[in-house]
Ligand binder design. Structure first.
Ligand SMILES: [Fe+2]
Ligand SMILES: [Fe+2]
Length: 352
């Protein structure tokens, strides 16, 4: 496959003709015009993301600080391990989104990616805020260094960074697609057993400030998921030749791998010892999410046994301040052909 070129910061021979614009390799002058742009969804998404702005340290954490030592040992361990992984996910997004943005030739889409990166900074700061205000300094140090002593965490980190770095070192269309799908899976699957763990604490009226922060973070992650769903759909529409049957199969495999990793991680951090969050529920929940994500990008469900949400209370928590959209309910253009007789009416859209 060819090598993709980093776009020019300013392209004087470009055009403002919207019909000519493309996500990759387009002729944009590279001036940001929200009132005159091809990808109108990006303008709407940018406004929504911007309206979600929040400041982590405005949420009081004193009660969580008092409660943390009263949590069970299993809850404390899961709290620390979950934060260690989420810190990694949000930190890496801050940097890697900039890499992807260098190749996007639609300024309004670049604006969304850069706005997302800003919110990922807020998320990383939120975890830092929790670790400086809720737990003691030794625990904070241990969480930031956990990857050094926890081979499972390290292997997850390596897997994700390898996928991103493949595009950095060899920016081919194939690696672009895989990097974009990796972003989509990070936003749509990797956060979710961690979120469910915090909501399981919330159901017991534990760690209310942490839960409030997580709800705000998940509200943002839904906009990021929508952004990458749009990008994947757009890339496929504009470059059907890139999306060969082999690539589509690779994408399905990526989803399956992400699901397997997230189930393994979720079960590892909770050890089947968190009230309301059994190994079986984690397994079913993450497979259900895998089906939703596959559907959103035009693939048939990977897990026919997991078409129902097994923990509706997770979405009840996540729905705080959410702005419902019909984004995930819109039909996927080629789904009917690909999915045949499968029953998508049983898959509920996520609460975004
Ligand atoms: Fe984030
Ligand atoms: Fe995100």
């Amino acid at each position: 496959m060819a090598t993709l070129e980093i776009k020019s910061l300013f392209n004087p021979s470009g055009t403002r003709d919207l019909r000519a614009q493309r996500l990759i390799g387009g002729p944009s002058v590279n001036l940001l015009e929200f009132a005159h742009c091809k990808y109108s969804w990006a303008e709407q998404l940018y406004r929504k993301m911007r309206s979600f702005f929040w400041i982590p340290d405005e949420i009081p954490s004193a009660e969580d600080k008092q409660q943390f030592p009263t949590l069970t040992v299993a809850e404390q361990e899961a709290y620390k391990k979950t934060l260690a992984f989420l810190i990694f996910l949000d930190s890496i997004q801050v940097d890697n989104l900039g890499v992807l943005a260098q190749y996007i030739t639609a300024p309004e889409v670049t604006a969304c990616i850069k706005t997302q990166a800003f919110f990922e900074t807020i998320h990383a700061q939120s975890y830092d805020y929790l670790l400086t205000s809720v737990v003691d300094s030794l625990t904070r140090e241990a969480v930031y260094d956990l990857w050094r002593n926890d081979p499972r965490l390290l292997s997850r980190i390596r897997f994700i960074t390898d996928q991103y770095e493949a595009f950095i070192w060899e920016p081919s269309p194939e690696h672009l697609i895989k990097s974009v799908v990796a972003n989509f899976l990070l936003e749509g699957i990797y956060f979710y057993s961690g979120f469910a763990f915090f909501y399981a604490l919330g159901r017991q009226d534990k760690m209310g400030s942490t839960v409030s922060l997580i709800r705000l973070i998940q509200r943002d992650e839904n906009t990021h998921l929508a952004l990458f769903t749009h990008i994947i759909r757009g890339l496929r529409e504009e470059n059907p030749q890139w999306f060969t049957p082999d690539i589509m199969e690779s994408i399905a495999e990526m989803i399956n791998t992400a699901v397997e990793h997230e189930i393994g991680w979720g079960q590892y951090i909770t050890h089947n010892q968190i009230l309301g969050l059994s190994d079986t529920l984690i397994d079913h929940y993450i497979r259900y999410l895998g089906n939703l994500r596959a559907y959103a990008i035009g693939l048939p469900p990977l897990y026919p046994e997991a078409t129902q949400h097994p923990m509706a209370w997770v979405d009840d928590f996540a729905a705080m301040n959410s702005t419902k959209t019909d984004f995930f309910e819109r039909p996927v253009t080629n789904y009917r052909k690909a999915g045949g007789s499968l029953h998508f009416d049983r898959l509920k859209p996520p609460g975004v």
